[in-house]
Structure formats: C-alpha cells, structure tokens
Design a protein around this ligand. Structure first.
Ligand code: MD3
Ligand code: FE
Length: 210
C-alpha cells in the first residue's frame, strides 16, 4: 500500500522468527550501556514512549555518540545485520532489487509503547540526510497518523500498524508530520516475546561523521 508518494506500507513483512529475534535484540539494548528511558524534552515535558538508541543517541533535538541526558555512556553500535535488514526493506518496499543499494543506516530509535503511550504529531528533521526511514513494528497494533509536510494538522490519514509491518518513508514523505495517537492493547501475540505493548524500530541515516 502506498498512502503517499515515497511512503510504502508492507503488512506482515517480518516473519515470526524475525520478530522474536528483534524483540530479543531490543531487550538487550534496553538494558545495555544506555538503558531505555522516557526522554525529557527541553521545554520540560516527558515523553510517554520509552526510547533506546543504537549507533547514535537522539537527545532532543540532536544526535550524539554519548547519552548526556541518561548516564553519559556511549550507545551500543549499529550492527551490520541491521544494515542488511534495512537494505532488504527498501528493495521489498519499492519492489526494486537495487533500491537498497548504498543505503547505510547508522542509527535506530527503538520505541516502546505501553497501553497508554502515544507520540504527538512531529517531523523527523534532526538527520542531515534525506535518505529513507525504515520502520518496523512488533507487538500490539497502533493507530499511526500520517500527515502532510506543511503542518501537524489535517489532512492526515490514520493507518493501523500491526506486528511484523514494515513502513518505508522516502522521497516527499520523508519530512511529513506523523504520530501515534494510540495503541490497541491486547492485539499483539505474546509468542513474539512481548507480553504486552508495542515496539517500533526506526532506522535512519544521520548524515553525521565520526
Ligand atoms: C515518517 N516513531 O521514532 S514509526 C519516531 O511508531 C517515530 O514509534 C513512530 O515517529 C513509532 O520518530 C512512527 C513511523 C515513522 C518514523 C519516522 C518517520 C514515520 C516517519 C520519519 C519521517 C516520516
Ligand atoms: Fe518520527
């Protein structure tokens, strides 16, 4: 499904085995050198979503190697196997075996949503690169709100993202407003290793060096 130019939704892209392996990997990162936490925003808010980063640490609104807002430690590295997964995601989403060639994501934000968590409408513009964002969802289904590039308001489209779904945001959709107004508790399969809640992994290219 292509809800907008450059945006592609591939339901059920991850196999059950891949979902289990990703849950296990994310659990390791969540208790790694920089533990998962509710991000504090510079204006005083605290996000209801919990986030752990790999490759680069996202601290609103910048990327750093060390987590100055958590414990000052360097985040875990971005693994080569995840670069491969990102390339296969682009090839499959754009139905072009070469679409992932040269795609080298260097950071991922791993978001965990409990039944109450939500994410307000925002743009992702802290990356110095227009390369696509690859999003993988595991666990409870959510309502994902995909908007426009002009403002956080209508027009937008609400789409359900379920466990195993791939979403790629490239081209003009890369800088569109988007958010997660709610998750639908009890919709996930505990066989993924997630007893409840929703996990979302977004791979990105920061465009930073070092
Ligand atoms: C569209 N995450 O981490 S994934 C985020 O489900 C974020 O946790 C949501 O928004 C989540 O920034 C949505 C889908 C997504 C991610 C990044 C995008 C859509 C995007 C960047 C540009 C355009
Ligand atoms: Fe985002």
């Amino acid at each position: 499904m292509r809800p907008a130019p450059g945006a592609v939704h591939v339901p059920g892209w991850l196999t059950p085995d891949q979902q289990r392996e990703l849950v296990a990997a994310c659990r390791g990162w969540a208790s790694g050198p920089v533990p998962i936490r509710h991000t504090r925003l510079p204006r005083g808010g605290v996000m209801s979503v919990q986030t752990v980063c790999i490759g680069w640490h996202w601290q609103p609104y910048t990327y750093t190697r060390t987590a100055g807002d958590v414990n000052g430690r360097r985040v875990a590295g971005f693994p080569d196997w995840m670069v491969g997964l990102g390339r296969r995601a682009l090839a499959d989403a754009y139905e072009d075996p070469a679409a992932g060639d040269g795609y080298t994501p260097d950071t991922a934000l791993i978001n965990f949503y409990d039944g109450q968590a939500k994410l307000g409408m925002h743009q992702d513009k802290d990356e110095q690169s227009g390369d696509p964002v690859v999003s993988l969802s595991i666990g409870d289904t959510c309502v994902f709100r995909f908007g426009n590039t002009e403002s956080r308001n209508r027009p937008y489209t609400d789409i359900e993202l379920a466990s195993g779904d791939l979403f790629v945001f490239g081209g003009p959709s890369r800088f569109a407003y988007h958010g997660v107004p709610r998750v639908l508790p009890g919709t996930g399969d505990p066989a993924t290793g997630l007893a409840s809640g929703r996990l979302n992994i977004t791979m990105r290219v920061t465009g930073l060096k070092g």
